[in-house]
Write a protein that binds this ligand. Structure first.
Ligand SMILES: O=c1cc[nH]c(=O)[nH]1
Length: 408
């Protein structure tokens, strides 16, 4: 064996030794005989298949690095206007450097696969996409998927269609879309149809941000799901905030279509908590109907979405933190729901992204995160250290926290 993890607590709660060889899980036994080149004593720490983050707007994240370089008059602008200036000054190298830091955080936080979005539009051109694509070769033990994303739409900027076509032709893992931001319903439908046709042409899934709003009239999620049903095409829908503001009958119809399409829903509710600036009471939060989607049999997963950008000033690219937010927002906090929550940041996003050999069983790829807690509940509650991160069979990160408490 290359590496043996002694006395791990498995997701089932039982304890075992885990033997890793040639980048695979080679054995899981109560007491594994023999020695390995390297052995780690886990002393009952929870060991999970590593996390999967299915949605991160990487090119805009860590924007404060860029904002600090802007002249004072740009820094004084509303954050979304300042973003326009920053995107116009993007270089592939600058985007790549910020993306690199995001991926270091991903590894440190126990992530084995991540889907990065790169804006492709009249402001960013193809520069963000070029910078993000370079990251795929940088961390060979981390599966990095890239999605070109037409953030500013096509109705106002028709040239963005050509840019998206060019990016997709250069190679990517899904075609991005964001029809709900178009000015009219007809434009939104044209946007959805264009992106779906492009996805079909290149045999790629369609990954759309849909209805990231409290406006119940925004219903591009339903339109996209209906298209996916009609064309039998794989679809991922991020956010679906408006679903929470629609009447039950309308929402039920949309959920039925999403289920029929076999689409995955990605909920990043923590973003909505801060992007919503309403002063109305109760404060409207654009969170989707996670529990109803789950009850209907839809695969629902949670993602980081943004790290330090105009949509969300926080974030550490940490799925354990995302899971804690999701626990509060959905809510999925008690008993069996905690198991659902764990699946939402591990197995289900791995399935949605088509990560091969994923899991903690003999024969799976050796991508594991060892949490500094004996159980998932305690890991969530304590937001504990990722004691060991093992990717493709090798130790890639180790975290120990030290606290000195002086009493009296
Ligand atoms: O449309 C969106 C939503 C969240 N974050 C982005 O970068 N874009």
């Amino acid at each position: 064996m290359d590496l043996i993890l002694r006395r791990a607590t498995l997701p089932t709660g039982s304890q075992a030794d885990i033997g890793l060889e040639d980048g695979h899980v080679a054995a899981i036994e109560e007491a594994l005989a023999g020695r390995a080149d390297m052995e780690l004593a886990l002393e009952g720490r929870l060991t999970l298949p590593a996390f999967v983050n299915p949605h991160l707007h990487a090119c805009k994240s860590l924007w404060s690095w860029e904002l600090a370089k802007q002249p004072a008059k740009v820094q004084a602008l509303h954050r979304f206007e300042a973003l326009g200036h920053i995107k116009r000054s993007y270089t592939p190298e600058g985007v790549y450097q910020r993306g690199r830091r995001l991926l270091q955080l991903a590894v440190q936080n126990g992530t084995c696969a991540i889907r990065l979005f790169a804006d492709v539009d009249e402001q960013a051109g193809l520069r963000a996409f070029e910078g993000i694509k370079r990251l795929q070769a940088e961390f060979p033990y981390l599966k990095v998927q890239v999605v070109p994303f037409p953030q500013n739409g096509f109705a106002r900027f028709p040239e963005n269609r050509d840019l998206l076509e060019e990016a997709v032709a250069r190679g990517c893992d899904a075609v991005g879309a964001v029809p709900w931001l178009e000015p009219t319903e007809a434009d939104a439908q044209a946007h959805a149809e264009f992106c779906l046709e492009l996805a079909k042409k290149h045999n790629l899934p369609l990954h759309a941000v849909a209805d990231d709003t409290e406006d119940p009239q925004s219903a591009t999620g339903a339109y996209l799901a209906a298209l996916a049903v009609r064309h039998r095409w794989p679809l991922l829908l991020t956010q679906l905030g408006s679903l929470g503001f629609q009447d039950d009958a309308t929402a039920r119809k949309t959920i039925g279509l999403i289920k029929e399409a076999g689409a995955t829903v990605i909920s990043n509710g923590h973003i909505e908590l801060v992007t919503c600036q309403s002063t109305r009471q109760p404060i409207p939060r654009g969170n989707t109907r996670v529990r109803e989607l789950l009850a209907a049999g839809v695969r629902v997963v949670a993602a980081q979405d943004d790290v330090d950008n105009p949509y969300y000033p926080f974030g550490r690219n940490d799925p354990l933190e995302v899971a804690l937010w999701a626990a509060h927002l959905t809510p999925l906090a008690w008993g069996e729901d905690l198991e659902t929550l764990r699946q939402m940041v591990t197995t289900w996003p791995a399935q949605a992204l088509g990560v091969e050999g994923y899991g903690l069983e003999v024969g799976c790829r050796a991508n594991l995160v060892v949490l500094d807690a004996p159980s998932w509940l305690e890991a969530l509650r304590g937001q504990v250290a990722k004691r060991y991160v093992i990717l493709e069979g090798q130790l890639r990160a180790e975290e120990r926290r030290e606290v000195q408490l002086y009493e009296g």
